[in-house]
Design a protein around this ligand. Structure first.
Ligand code: AMP
Ligand code: ZN
Length: 490
């Protein structure tokens, strides 16, 4: 394997990264345009309501992507837009009797807080469409100057018959398309290729901007082209989103951007498959959706959800079930218990083959992620290590010097997966949800007693795990000198 393009901070030989590129339809070695730096654009949410767990599947994938690239010492510059103007926002704001800015503000705050609960890193630029109207107007003017637009009823449309590569991303053949057939809505079905609105004339009593190209508001697609190129340049390394955005949204972004600049817009297109509920795409329109807060209020930990969303490779569909959430919770618990056992266990001096075994696990972990972010493979490497190390500990074969080696592998794992720190209770509190997830005194007493019993039999791993579990649920323990314990709510 050849070394990757980023600087390797950890000395170990690392393999080449490959990504499945929707544009070419196959896996390609990843080499950024500017050595050592990766420029990523991410289609963010339309902020007219709470984001649902399906949306977060895509956002968790993007977080794994950026964390992985950063672990390879690439500088990541990621832009995420917030679509804070569209048909639904205008309608909802009018119904609520407030301006669109005021209406969307609340959902932006909720979205950003939800992201923190899931340990999603904040992109370098989080930008609102309504702050970039001038950039969009300029881009539309550029397209007009090159003959790619026409006006109809005060709206400006993109003439797709002028862009022969139209359909290349979605792999659709639009040879038979009716020139001049127009569509005004931003979201429409496959094979229904139409000239789409770049700029929409206002409907009666509707909010609008007064601009050089007339009164109105931008279409959804132009928003992303304008903001991506403003912050990242005319050619970006990676563009991400859910698979539903391939057509028409991303196809239209390519048509707009490449017609304006004459340069390739994006080098690697990465799309996350859908999260399904009852075998159908989770979506607002189908009504089969759950928000993060609904889940957390029902007693699910943020770390369980993050783990579940991260564990299934992003190019595979993810079936969301109660059972899979329970499994995820158990997996996180298993990892945390193991980390506690490493921290608190006493092992004989020396070094065993487990130290080497952990280096191999780390290599397998990296190989999984290098292969188009195969998180399932990466996790399997870590869980195999945990199982074998637990067996070695039980058999008294695990040695003091193995601890550091295994801990290093766990650290590298957690740079990407971010589930080891038991801060679920804090996360809930930050969302104002601590009370709903709090548990009763009797349950606390039972766990405290269980921990006391573990301490008595000098099972410090179990005692540490129970302390952590209590802490996760907002309970602090104060051990007294005589071996007793008091507890209180944080
Ligand atoms: P939206 O707010 O509808 O523009 O969606 C925000 C992001 O969530 C986009 O990248 C969508 O492709 C993605 N998304 C929407 N529904 C799902 C789903 N069920 N599974 C995975 N990603 C989704
Ligand atoms: Zn977009």
């Amino acid at each position: 394997m050849s070394p990757c393009a980023g600087q390797n901070a950890n000395q170990d030989p690392m393999g080449e990264i490959v990504f499945q590129n929707t544009l070419s339809g196959h896996k390609e070695p990843f080499v950024p345009l500017h050595p050592g730096q990766v420029r990523i654009y991410t289609c963010g949410p339309t902020v007219y309501d709470y984001a649902h767990v399906g949306n977060f599947r895509t956002f968790v994938f993007q977080d794994i992507l950026r964390r992985f690239l950063r672990s390879r010492s690439f500088q990541v510059i990621q832009v995420m837009n917030l679509t804070d103007v569209d048909d639904r926002i205008i309608a909802n704001a009018a119904a609520a009797g407030v301006g669109i800015r005021e209406y969307t503000e609340k959902y932006i705050e909720i979205f950003l807080a939800d992201r923190l609960a899931l340990n999603l890193e904040t992109p370098e630029h989080v930008v609102r469409a309504t702050d970039h109207i001038e950039d969009m107007v300029k881009l539309i003017e550029q397209l007009t100057a090159k003959g790619f637009t026409y006006e109809s009823g005060g709206s400006v449309y993109y003439r797709i018959s002028k862009f022969p590569r139209y359909g290349q991303l979605a792999k659709l053949d639009f040879a038979g398309i009716q020139p001049g057939a127009r569509v005004d809505v931003d979201r429409y079905d496959k094979a229904d290729a139409r000239d789409f609105a770049l700029w929409k004339a206002p409907k009666p009593n509707e909010f609008f901007w007064n601009t050089r190209i007339g009164p109105g508001r931008p279409g959804w697609h132009i928003e992303c082209s304008a903001m991506a190129m403003k912050y990242l340049g005319e050619t970006l390394d990676i563009h991400t989103g859910g698979i539903d955005l391939v057509f028409p949204h991303h196809e239209n972004e390519i048509a707009q951007s490449e017609a304006a600049t004459g340069k390739p817009f994006v080098r690697y297109w990465l799309h996350a498959e859908h999260l399904l509920m009852d075998s159908e795409k989770m979506s607002k329109s189908l009504g089969n959706f759950l928000t993060l807060r609904q889940l957390l209020t029902g007693g699910i930990k943020p770390s369980s959800l993050r783990f579940l969303l991260a564990a299934v490779p992003y190019r595979s569909k993810l079936n969301f079930t109660e059972d899979s959430l329970q499994q995820a919770a158990k997996s996180v618990e298993r990892l945390r218990t193991f980390a506690a056992r490493l921290r608190t266990g006493t092992f004989p001096e020396g070094r065993s083959p487990m130290a080497e075994r952990s280096v191999k696990a780390r290599q397998e972990f990296e190989e999984g992620l290098e292969d188009d972010l195969n998180t399932a493979q990466a996790l399997a490497a870590v869980f195999d290590l945990v199982r074998e190390a637990n067996i070695a500990m039980d058999g008294g074969e695990f040695r003091h010097e193995d601890v550091l080696a295994v801990q290093q592998t766990l650290e590298i794992f957690d740079e990407i997966f971010k589930v080891l720190v038991g801060d679920d209770a804090e996360k809930l509190r930050a969302l104002g949800l601590a009370d709903s997830a709090a548990f009763g005194d009797a349950e606390v007493e039972a766990l405290v007693a269980e921990r006391q019993a573990a301490r008595k039999r000098r099972d410090f791993a179990a005692s540490d795990r129970l302390r952590q579990e209590l802490s996760d649920r907002g309970i602090v323990l104060e051990d007294s000198r005589d071996g007793g314990v008091r507890w209180k709510r944080k």
